[in-house]
Design a protein. Structure first.
Length: 187
């Protein structure tokens, strides 16, 4: 009985030294929402509009159930504005908010470096709003909110820095982008 209690004590002390939580911030390029905006902006470009895309910018949280597997969530925000080429006023704005449960697989874990892959799947809320100029030109123009499935498949991620504070870069496909970079804090 005393051996079992001693073993539990050692396991609990070791468990407290592990960094099980991590929170991060990121910015990505080539995201799914960016591709959607490029598609819808093709119609706006035919009407003489130019568009500018921003994001996705986001936060993520993971709890490591084992040293290899982390479970968590990703939230991202992106936006796009179409500007009339002649009047230089905004015609249309799009906002993308995405929330996805996520799993992360840390397959290389070193003190100052790590490599991982991940998979996220969830929902994206898209808000499309024509501005006053667009409404004046087209009386049928109206604001819409759409809900869609969204995902992120991170094929390769690399993190580097101290044991608690790291920078990271990722290559994948989905709402975080084809390329994504950010900072992560582990506690």
């Amino acid at each position: 009985m005393m051996v079992a209690v001693a073993m539990m004590t050692v396991v609990n002390v070791n468990a407290q030294d592990e960094l099980k939580n991590e929170i991060g911030v990121f910015y990505g390029t080539g995201s799914a929402s960016n591709l959607f905006s490029v598609y819808t902006s093709a119609f706006a470009a035919a009407a003489g509009d130019q568009s500018s895309f921003w994001g996705p910018i986001g936060v993520e949280y993971y709890y490591h159930v084992t040293p290899v597997v982390g479970l968590g969530a990703v939230a991202a925000y992106a936006s796009c504005k179409a500007e009339d080429e002649k009047t230089h006023k905004d015609d249309l704005s799009e906002k993308f908010i995405t929330v996805m449960p996520s799993v992360k697989f840390n397959w290389l874990r070193k003190k100052n470096f790590g490599m991982y892959s991940g998979l996220s799947a969830g929902v994206m809320f898209l808000s499309v709003s024509p501005n006053d100029n667009a409404k004046a030109a087209d009386p049928d123009a109206k604001s819409e909110t759409l809900v869609s499935f969204m995902f992120q498949a991170t094929a390769l991620g690399a993190e580097f820095g101290s044991e608690t504070f790291r920078g990271f870069v990722e290559a994948g496909l989905g709402e975080k982008g084809v390329l994504c970079a950010g900072l992560r804090y582990k506690f």
